[in-house]
Ligand binder design. Structure first.
Ligand SMILES: [Zn+2]
Length: 192
């Protein structure tokens, strides 16, 4: 019993240790960087998305290139993201690999405390050594998702959605159209 508990505690320690060390890469050093551009490359995958408990994205593979440019009172972050994430299809609810690709800009300024000055300007206290980009990467991946996410069509123009689910959805009764006579009655009621 004690041995089992020791093993499970040790496993938990390993998981927490892994998460901390994995997320360390997203703490970008901001003190001592040279005024000209410096850059970093990351790959975000399952280990990243699983950290965000309520994420609808559970896995994927996104390459991130970050180029930083330091000016006198601010640092410009330029992100390029490209890859795919696995999310449920809006039509058949089966998982699909959604390609994403795009650029995002962020300006980090120094000020009295942490606050968001605008969508693209983040203020951090003077003297901070590092800046955590992980919440921004999480947000950017979601911003790059299309509004409608459905399985694509194959070369012959057939949808790659799960055919059985589509058949079931098409067979289920559609909500009844409102009776136009009720519409007229309702109008009469509101007019009186
Ligand atoms: Zn589908």
């Amino acid at each position: 019993m004690l041995f089992t508990r020791l093993i499970s505690n040790f496993a938990r320690f390993l998981v927490i240790g892994f998460t901390v060390s994995y997320f360390n890469q997203f703490l970008i050093p901001i003190i001592g960087i040279k005024p000209d551009t410096c850059s970093f490359d990351f790959k975000i995958d399952e280990s990243f998305f699983q950290h965000f408990e309520y994420s609808e994205i559970k896995s994927g593979e996104v390459q991130v290139h970050l180029a930083m440019e330091k000016e006198e009172k601010l640092i410009k972050f330029h992100f390029s993201l490209t890859g795919y994430v696995r999310i449920p299809c809006d039509r058949c609810y089966e998982p699909l690999n959604q390609k994403i690709s795009g650029e995002e800009e962020l300006i980090v300024k120094f000020g009295p405390d942490f606050h968001e000055e605008s969508e693209v300007v983040q203020v951090i206290p003077e003297g901070e050594n590092h800046f955590d980009i992980s919440p921004f990467l999480y947000e950017y991946v979601h911003l790059l998702l299309p509004i409608r996410r459905v399985h694509p069509e194959d070369e012959e123009g057939h949808s790659e959605c799960n055919p059985e689910i589509i058949r079931l959805l098409e067979a289920s009764p559609k909500p009844a159209e409102p009776d136009p006579r009720w519409e007229i009655l309702n109008k009469l009621k509101t007019n009186n």
